[in-house]
Design a protein around this ligand. Structure first.
Ligand SMILES: NC(=O)c1ccc[n+]([C@@H]2O[C@H](COP(=O)([O-])OP(=O)(O)OC[C@H]3O[C@@H](n4cnc5c(N)ncnc54)[C@H](O)[C@@H]3O)[C@@H](O)[C@H]2O)c1
Length: 267
């Protein structure tokens, strides 16, 4: 019967991934900024792949909603409210993860924000909050997560940068600097932790449809789409798929890299 789905195909259509394809089975992953957008899609994709996910963000209500969606499918999720700019909140998130699961395998530094303005008009506070939220947070989390990963002699760290960190953008000097900083941090951490089998990579999304890009007018969207060889804006799932690959055994010989997931914006 040519149109009949095999058992594993029909399980996938139903949203149930067969056990043999749960590439993150027995893995514990922290995903920051997972109350919505790209972080939420990564948490969902990792949970589907068998990981126990720990999600954090500042908005407790949204976070609990995401957690309830994931656990309602019989998957594992722990929601922890945390401000990623707070050293104390970061340490507590890692501690509670270890208290609950006993180990930590994967860290995804995804939380981020924009506070756009031209340099001449940008206030030092706008610089500080964006650098602190997007870059210092990743340093704090890597520093806290590295300890249990070093003890285990294994780990994966995935940092979400941006095409803007590679090519810059007028009106986004603070954001571009933070995302370029993420690339330097990724490459340094990859060199520092390689001997402990901790692989550190970055994903540079192009234009992804989320709340962060919601304010952009439809005219601007059309202009941006013209710049994208694949002729469409990205979806959070496009980034989640790349993150799943980097977290999986299939990426075990890749470290210190920046993978552009941008429909060809940067070639
Ligand atoms: N959307 C895009 O086009 C795009 C492109 C390139 C890179 N990125 C990057 O991807 C990541 C996710 O972006 P998104 O589009 O899903 O954005 P979003 O605004 O929808 O989500 C950001 C998440 O970060 C969390 N967050 C922000 N500040 C925080 C803090 N201090 N403490 C804890 N959590 C905090 C928010 O609560 C939210 O969950 C960001 O790092 C962003 O810079 C996005």
């Amino acid at each position: 019967m040519p149109n009949e789905l095999s058992e594993s195909e029909s399980q996938k259509v139903m949203g149930n991934i067969p056990d043999s394809e749960k590439v993150l089975k027995n893995k514990v992953a922290i995903i920051t900024g997972a109350s919505r957008g790209i972080g939420k899609a990564i948490a969902q994709r990792f949970a589907e792949a068998g990981a126990s996910v720990v999600i954090c963000a500042r908005n407790d209500g949204l976070l609990k909603k995401v957690s309830a969606e994931i656990t309602s499918k019989g998957q594992q999720c722990l929601a922890l409210r945390a401000d990623v700019t707070s050293e104390n909140d970061v340490a507590e998130t890692v501690k509670k993860t270890l208290d609950t699961h006993g180990h930590l395998d994967i860290l995804v530094n995804n939380a981020g924000m924009v506070r756009d303005n031209l340099i001449a008009r940008m206030k030092p506070e706008d610089w500080d909050i964006v650098l602190s939220t997007n870059l210092k947070s990743a340093f704090l989390f890597i520093s806290a997560a590295a300890k249990p990963m070093i003890r285990k002699r294994s780990g994966r760290i995935i940092n979400i940068t941006s095409v803007i960190g590679i090519r810059g953008n007028a009106g986004q000097a603070n954001y571009a600097a933070s995302k370029a900083g993420i690339i330097g941090l990724t490459k340094s951490a990859a060199r520092e932790f390689a001997s402990r089998n901790i692989l550190v990579n970055a994903i540079a999304p192009g234009f992804i449809v989320t709340d962060m890009t919601d304010q952009i007018s439809s005219e601007q969207r059309e202009l941006i789409t013209k710049e994208i060889p694949l002729n469409r804006l990205g979806q959070p799932e496009d980034i989640a798929n790349a993150a799943l690959f980097l977290a999986s055994e299939r990426a075990s010989y890749i470290t210190g890299q920046v993978i552009n997931v941008d429909g060809g914006m940067i070639i």
